[in-house]
Write a protein that binds this ligand. Structure first.
Ligand code: NAD
Length: 355
């Protein structure tokens, strides 16, 4: 047995169809009486519904969250929390709403109750991000880890097919990289494998039939496991490349993760054969070399565009992206080789299969 270190996540998770109804008692359990509800403008109606469910414990709704948490948006939300004398935040939505809750918690230490409605996984991590100009700053702080997470799969029924597919593959990326993480451990690896299996079955099913309650539950279960992996162990080449492409070239977060994952998995297959064989087996294959192609086929089945070109990546930016990815690289099973990374990016740009 390899030696390992395992650190559990100290958050409470409530998972059930209709679990939103438990929100008042979960807020009360934290000893909070004035919850500020956070959402994106598109999910304002859901935020209002959450306020209705919370009743007298709702202090107000702030539906101003946007992707990547601009500092000005975080500041306005902090001001609202102070003006309303909030003693906790209920963040309802995807990574954008939860990210805004984290920005508030970072400054004020207000506890967060997260009610995720996508598969991005931010609710299970102590990782925050703040953007100023073109610079995205990320960090880890235990204060930003939501204290309670309410997973109610019924809230994902309205998730459009495109966000379902891409945020599902964003979750898949957390689980895949957890299996070859520098600090991988047996518990997290079990969760990662379960996650890949659940997402691999459920995502095509819910893209075909968005109202399939059993498969919506399974997809969110897979996303919970993946988010737990992301919060527990370090990520590698894939996350570094996606961070670079998102930060420097402004590519969309979840779609970039989805398009890149087959290539980064394939890049690592010979250096981490046991981990990538687990990925392949969880997706119905056998060998490590099949993992990348299986992920590529899954993207296609989900209708996700394969080419970075289609996401707005300029071809003349590929050299710079390769250079940036090789600068301060994350720990990775295979050394991060400039020419191989440039070739990988070229294939991803064209939408070619991993090779
Ligand atoms: P998002 O939160 O921006 O949501 C995408 C869109 O879908 C939004 O318009 C939102 O209102 C809408 N939406 C969400 N749930 C819906 C539902 N059930 N029905 C209808 N519409 C719905 O996107 P995301 O992919 O969840 O999150 C991406 C952001 O999260 C990025 O900023 C990323 O950096 C961050 N993130 C952070 C972590 C972390 O650990 N800190 C992890 C993953 C992602």
């Amino acid at each position: 047995m390899e030696p390992f270190v395992y650190q559990g996540t100290p958050s409470r998770v409530v998972f059930s169809w209709g679990a939103l109804a438990t929100l008042p008692e979960e807020v009360e359990r934290l000893g909070a009486r004035r919850a500020l509800i956070l959402a994106t403008p598109e999910q304002r109606a859901l935020a209002d519904e959450v306020a209705r469910v919370l009743g007298e414990r709702a202090a107000g709704v702030h539906a101003e969250a946007v992707m990547h948490v601009p500092v000005s948006v975080a500041r306005a939300a902090l001001d609202t929390a102070a003006a309303l004398d909030a003693d906790c935040c209920v963040a309802v939505g995807g990574g954008s709403a939860i990210g805004l809750g984290k920005a508030i918690a970072l400054e004020s230490s207000l506890p967060i109750v997260a009610v995720p409605t996508t598969y991005a996984g931010s609710e299970m991590t102590p990782i925050y991000g703040l953007t100023e100009g073109r610079l995205k700053r990320t960090g880890r702080d235990p204060r930003v880890l939501p204290r309670t997470v309410i997973y109610d799969p019924s809230l994902t029924l309205s998730l459009p097919a495109e966000v379902t597919a891409t945020s599902g593959m964003n979750a898949m990326a957390h689980a895949v990289e957890a299996l070859y993480a520098e600090d991988a451990n047996p518990t997290v690896s079990l969760m990662a494998e379960k996650s890949i299996r659940a997402l691999g079955v459920a995502l095509p099913a819910v893209v075909r039939a968005p109202d399939d309650a059993a498969m919506r539950s399974r997809a969110l279960y897979g996303a919970w496991l993946a988010g737990t992996c992301l919060g527990a162990v370090g990520m590698a080449l894939h996350h570094k490349l996606c961070h670079t492409l998102g930060g420097t070239f402004n590519l969309p977060h979840a779609r970039t993760h989805a398009a890149m994952l087959p290539h980064t998995a394939h890049y690592n297959h010979a250096a981490a054969p046991a981990a990538l064989a687990r990925v392949a087996r969880a997706l119905g294959g056998r060998e490590a070399a099949e993992a990348g192609p299986l992920l590529f086929a899954l993207n296609r089945a989900l209708g996700i565009p394969a080419a970075l070109a289609a996401l707005g990546m300029p071809e003349q930016g590929l050299d710079e992206a390769a250079d940036l990815a090789c600068r301060n690289p994350y720990a990775n099973p295979r050394p991060v080789e400039r020419e191989a990374i440039r070739a990988l990016l070229g294939r991803a740009w064209q939408g070619a299969a991993p090779a």
